[in-house]
Design a protein around this ligand. Structure first.
Ligand code: ADP
Ligand code: MG
Length: 360
């Protein structure tokens, strides 16, 4: 089980405005994720839902296996206090309390005030000499460090930070980011909203939101290629059933946001879509995409035929093994298999096998 998992998480305001739309997102324990994207794209909404400060219109968010939507208000509050450390762009410090008292106030919410521990937390963020200063007597960077000390006081496993360096100058940004690096190294899971690509690159993984739609920027080229192959293959199967391929009829593996996979495939010249409608209409192959799809289908069906006929597997076993082979068979081996099987016309399911260069 992932530490954090969202399933079709959606937050809608009014008829057409989606702050989040069908977001599928997972985070492993100990990961540092940067959430990027333009202003208004839903970043704060995502953080607020994960921190139980907001609830989705539909879909689910799981943290540590707990469906946040199933918690009562009281349980949400304890969840937040026990598991989450929050750091915001605005510092939300109480102006008439000292740095130490602000941190102790957070302890009070966790129903244990321990002045020594609060003092230690402030020392650890480099503020051991500023304990009795009021927020107005601290620089922006120092105030943010008080906030980090405050967020850490309950030893949360997860730190949610919404543009924590948004109000800081370069020097303070550096100090604060060093703190986050230390926290990451100690095993905290960090989800950090940022506009800054340099900060984004410090994270293990970057994701992006665009108008509430989620884009994973971190697939390896190998994973991406498998996702693209899978989609090209589905388009082939849909065409055989005479069903139009579109964002609705294609089922994109959920390692990646479906929209972003299709957008990448458009950009890479594998598919075309009616340009005025974006991805809304029917999707078709470019010649390059079709050639690739033909090759994958051919490899898959030849492999199936091979397993079924020569290795005595049943159809299901043959299909499963073919799914693996279709990604790794070279053209030469494929042609040899084709010749070995006598250039068959159809796979065991009686689907046509596309002709290859080797075929008579
Ligand atoms: P970001 O943090 O990426 O700038 P937000 O998550 O704050 O974006 O907002 C996403 C979208 O939801 C924006 O279009 C914003 O105007 C809208 N929105 C956020 N909160 C509300 C609200 N309470 N009522 C109506 N619209 C809202
Ligand atoms: Mg925001």
């Amino acid at each position: 089980m992932k530490l954090i998992e969202t399933v079709k998480l959606t937050k809608q305001y009014g008829a057409g405005l989606f702050a989040l739309k069908d977001v599928n997102f997972t985070v492993e324990r100990g990961e540092w994720i940067a959430v990027m994207g333009p202003s208004g794209s839903g970043k704060t909404t995502l953080i607020n839902i994960l921190g139980c400060m907001d609830s989705p219109t539909s879909g689910q968010a799981f943290v540590n296996g707990v469906d946040l939507g199933s918690l009562s208000e009281h349980e949400q509050t304890s969840f937040r206090r026990e598991q989450i450390g929050l750091v915001f762009q605005q510092f939300h410090l109480i102006p008439y309390l000292s740095a130490l008292e602000n941190v102790m106030l957070a302890q009070y919410y966790h129903s244990m005030t321990d002045e020594n521990e609060a003092r230690e937390a402030l020392k650890r963020v480099g503020l051991g000499a500023r304990l009795s200063h009021l927020p107005s007597e601290l620089s922006g960077g120092e105030q943010q460090r008080v906030c980090i000390a405050r967020a850490l006081i309950n030893h949360p496993g997860i730190i949610l930070a919404d543009e924590p360096t948004g109000n800081l100058d370069e020097e303070n940004e550096h100090i604060v980011m060093q703190l986050f690096r230390d926290l990451h190294r100690e095993g905290h899971t960090i989800i950090m909203v940022t506009h800054d690509h340099a900060i984004g690159r410090m994270a293990d993984r970057r994701v992006e939101l665009h108008h509430g739609v989620f884009v994973d920027l971190s697939l390896t080229t190998h994973e991406a290629a498998e996702v693209f192959d899978e989609i090209l293959e589905q388009m082939w199967l849909l065409a055989e059933r005479q069903v139009e391929a579109s964002a609705e009829t294609l089922i994109v593996p959920d390692v990646v946001d479906s929209n972003s996979a299709l957008v990448s495939m458009l950009e890479l010249g594998m598919i075309t879509a009616p340009s005025d409608a974006g991805l809304a209409g029917s999707i078709s192959y470019t010649p390059k995409g079709e050639a690739r799809a033909r090759a994958i289908i051919r490899r898959h069906r030849l492999a199936e035929k091979l397993f079924f006929e020569k290795f005595d597997m049943n159809e299901q076993q043959a299909d499963q093994n073919a799914c693996q082979l279709e990604h790794i068979l070279s053209n030469e081996v494929t042609d040899s298999v084709c010749a070995f099987l006598g250039h068959p016309n159809a796979c065991p399911h009686n689907k046509p096998i596309p002709r290859g260069d080797c075929c008579p």
